[in-house]
Design a protein around this ligand. Structure first.
Ligand SMILES: [Zn+2]
Length: 283
């Protein structure tokens, strides 16, 4: 039984390690695709006609604190379907590193897991310590790509609220499923225009909880006039507190005077307390 670590086992069977070497701060693994055929991303037809090869640089999970760079030689295929506009396409390392991705999917999973348990900026700092160079903004983009990749259908109840990419500068709109409480879409901006587009493709929605901003209310009324719009609990509390505060300030005078038994006059509560304090101290 061999006690040597077989690095090849950590890579898909159709990507073969051809070389590996180490520098003071990173491990470089050279790989070559051994795929025999691929499906065209445009028409879905299978092709076994190689067109050419191309090089990809992909960052993988670090090993013992050293970053790992993969230099992958992958294929481009010809699409044989005469009706397809795409004549040549690059192969996808499906389940390992998608098209045009610079990180392996397992590395992206690790980054997103850390970010979910800390924050995007916190995750960026932890990753730097682990030898992974990724900024907080890149992590947000990873989340957005991840959300877009999901084929998420939602129930007829949703919640809509805005959130800040960067407070005071850039905002987005988050849509959550009211039954599963899971996010179903992240949209750019909070002016309601992207929400309108999203609602047009989701006309089965019947109930929407939202904040008090008029942009969302207007977008919903225009696309789904029959949908019930509900102010969410946080904003209901805010409304209630505002009404209580307004009522109290209207009904209760600014200055409350209390009868002073010793002088048959009225006196401010603050002065009365001070007066009583003094009396007790004199006793
Ligand atoms: Zn095609």
């Amino acid at each position: 039984m061999s006690h040597l670590l077989d690095l090849q086992k950590f890579y898909p069977g159709d990507i073969e390690i051809t070389n590996k070497h180490e520098t003071p701060d990173r491990i470089i693994v050279q790989l070559k695709s051994r795929t025999k055929s691929q499906k065209c991303p445009s028409c879905g037809c299978e092709s076994n006609q190689y067109h050419s090869t191309y090089k990809r640089k992909i960052v993988d999970l670090p090993i013992l604190g050293k970053s790992v760079l993969l230099l992958v030689t992958a294929y481009k295929y010809d699409c044989n379907n005469p009706d397809c506009d795409q004549k040549v396409f690059a192969e996808e390392l499906d389940g390992f590193a998608g098209w045009y991705r610079r990180k392996t999917e397992r590395l992206e999973d690790l980054i997103l897991t850390i970010a979910l348990n800390t924050s995007c900026e916190g995750c960026s700092r932890i990753c730097k310590y682990m030898g992974i160079d990724v900024s907080g903004d890149t992590i947000i983009r990873l989340f957005i790509k991840y959300a877009e990749k999901q084929d998420v259908s939602c129930s007829e109840i949703i919640g809509v609220d805005d959130w800040a990419y960067k407070k005071g500068q850039k905002y987005g709109t988050l849509i959550c499923d009211g039954r599963t409480h899971k996010p179903v879409a992240i949209l750019d901006g909070r002016d309601g225009s992207e929400l309108k587009k999203w609602l047009q493709n989701n006309k089965h929605i019947k109930m929407i909880t939202r904040d008090r901003a008029s942009a969302y209310a207007k977008a919903i009324s225009e696309v789904l006039p029959d949908a019930m719009q509900i102010a969410d609990r946080f904003h209901l509390h805010q409304n209630l507190l505002k009404v209580i505060k307004d009522t109290l300030s209207r009904e209760i005078p600014n200055k409350i005077m209390i009868p002073d038994e010793s002088s048959n006059n009225e006196i401010e509560p603050r002065l009365l307390i001070e007066q009583n304090k003094k009396k007790r101290a004199d006793r």
